[in-house]
Design a protein around this ligand. Structure first.
Ligand SMILES: O=C(O)c1ccccc1N[C@@H]1O[C@H](COP(=O)(O)O)[C@@H](O)[C@H]1O
Length: 206
């Protein structure tokens, strides 16, 4: 079964219906330039509404170690997601499982990335879009992903209910990660789109 992460939650109601729809993980964005940014206080409030057995992923983009630690100390994160140019040494210093996001375009050597971030829990593959760090709703050419990557792949970038089944068939990822594709507006999730996305993933026949 392909796991599902829904990222960029900013509202208690969204947390509740995303969890009730069957997501395995939710993502909170601690990147101030994102329209989905949440403060530590907001994150604490959101997580108070989260039922058990849903993992919480904290997303950072080139944050300082102090900023990551401040979040880590006050918000019950299960996994850290580094979506910038963080080095392996930076990522591993927090003593928490981490996902390293790689923004994929032609010429990016994903095998080399997997070797460099060998202690990551997974590589999270997103689309490369000039001038942004992610959450763009853009997809990339899934054929650029080697079949022999030694780390689990979390596929993201422009996924939505209409393409997620094809994406899973093509890539066979460990998990899929979605943000823009299940939104009514930036940072506001759409319950019907979330349900449709999760239904597609759970009913795919491989
Ligand atoms: O969600 C954001 O605003 C964001 C900002 C900076 C870096 C990453 C961000 N989100 C992550 O981007 C990918 C793809 O998202 P989308 O489905 O294409 O919108 C996903 O991993 C989000 O967690």
């Amino acid at each position: 079964m392909t796991r599902i992460k829904v990222c960029g939650l900013t509202r208690v109601a969204d947390i509740q219906f995303v969890a009730a729809s069957g997501a395995d993980a939710i993502g909170l964005v601690f990147y101030e330039k994102s329209p989905r940014y949440v403060t530590i206080a907001q994150a604490q409030c959101l997580l108070a509404a989260l039922p058990p057995f849903v993992s919480v992923v904290g997303l950072f983009v080139n944050a300082s170690a102090e900023a990551v630690r401040a979040v880590q100390q006050q918000v019950a994160l299960d996994v850290l997601q580094f979506h910038g140019e963080e080095s392996p040494e930076f990522c591993r210093q927090f003593g928490r499982p981490y996902l390293k996001a790689i923004r994929v375009k032609a010429g990016v050597d994903l095998l080399q990335c997997a070797a460099r971030y060998a202690d990551a829990q997974a590589l999270l593959l997103d689309a490369y879009v000039e001038g942004t760090h992610g959450g763009t709703g853009e997809s990339f050419d899934w054929a650029l992903i080697p079949h022999n990557l030694p780390l689990p792949v979390i596929l993201s970038g422009g996924l939505h209910p209409g393409n997620v089944a094809a994406a899973i068939s093509a890539v066979r990822p460990y998990a899929v990660d979605v943000s823009s594709g299940v939104e009514a507006a930036k940072g506001i999730k759409d319950a019907a789109k979330v349900a449709a996305f999760i239904n597609e993933v759970k009913h795919i026949e491989l």
